[in-house]
Design a binder for this molecule. Sequence first.
Ligand code: NAD
Length: 360
Amino acid sequence: MKLGVLAEHSDHRIAVVPSVATKLSDLGAEVIIERGAGVRAGFADDSFSDTAKIAERSTILAESDLIITIHPLPDDEMAKLKQGALMISEFKPFFEKDVGEKIKQKGLQAISLDMIPRTTLAQSMDVLSSMASIAGYKAVLAAAGALPRYFPMMITAAGSIKPAKVVILGAGVAGLQAIATAKRLGAQVEAFDTRSAAKQEVESLGAKFIEIEGAKEDTGAGGYAVEQDEEFLKRQRDEVQKRAMGADVIITTAQVRGRKAPILVPKDTVEKMKPGSVIVDLAASTGGNCELTQDKKRIVHNGITIIGDSDLAADMPMDASTLYANNLFNFLKLIIKEGQLQLDFEDEIVQSAYITHNSN
Ligand code: NAD
């Protein structure tokens, strides 16, 4: 079975790093890496051992039985794949509902890594968590870089500096890592999440939990948040506005799976913030938590810098690729047996991630 790994078009990461390529070839797969695909993540072609071949993109598209990318292939490249080929990527079917059906009609198969259940058993395969954690860390560094102030308290011969105040909205994987990073840098941190379990997690990291009563929760949502009603969101926006006026940095990560992100920082809140303050919006790709966010852009509004970027993990391509590849390998072990693809649909993880079922 030929397992092809392609370069990403607009991303410095690569889905398979040399150590994982070796492990995949130990599983019996014939691993082929696109020429130069790992260079921007620090993995030159010659860092892949002799067990992986280096080839041109067109060869990999035409010959692979299993094709691996982080971002889905464009339609014109899918058309170049062998009939029946299996693609593994993040197809985001929660947002693009008919993506599985479209791929099936092309005579191809797909596994979407973002559909792997968020369970303890599948934790080692969870690319969403690995990447969200990096994004949370990078969001704080981006904010610190843009802020015209220190994060930590400083007592110097030239005077004393108060610590920066950081507000974090959404304390899931990215938000918790952002809290930990901002605390390490010495900021005063407060955070909010609609999931009640988040309070204890926030406090265990030494941050203050912002109390806003009345959030809806659904234990059947697989750990994900559910959409809140307008009355709650209004109360939340009012509370956020009070905190925003004193904050130097707001980092927003609040998402509701399959829905547009809730607006938590409207324009009038931004306009009440101190000049020089920074907002980093990790929910930018699903509409943003700040009304003024522009996805993949950094703008300045009334002296407030707003960074809209949901792909900050791509800014740390070496470690991001390594963690991604490790997660991927833990999944591939389930479906590669003696060098061949063997998809066991009795397995809940395979069943959930495979998006081109006949019954779809
Ligand atoms: P996510 O990216 O979907 O959302 C980020 C956070 O935003 C979530 O914590 C969510 O509750 C919060 N949010 C939504 N609406 C909000 C609002 N109006 N105000 C404030 N916050 C709001 O979430 P995620 O980081 O991918 O995590 C999803 C869930 O899955 C979490 O409960 C997490 O602990 C859980 N999880 C479990 C495992 C595991 O057991 N293997 C692994 C990873 C994540």
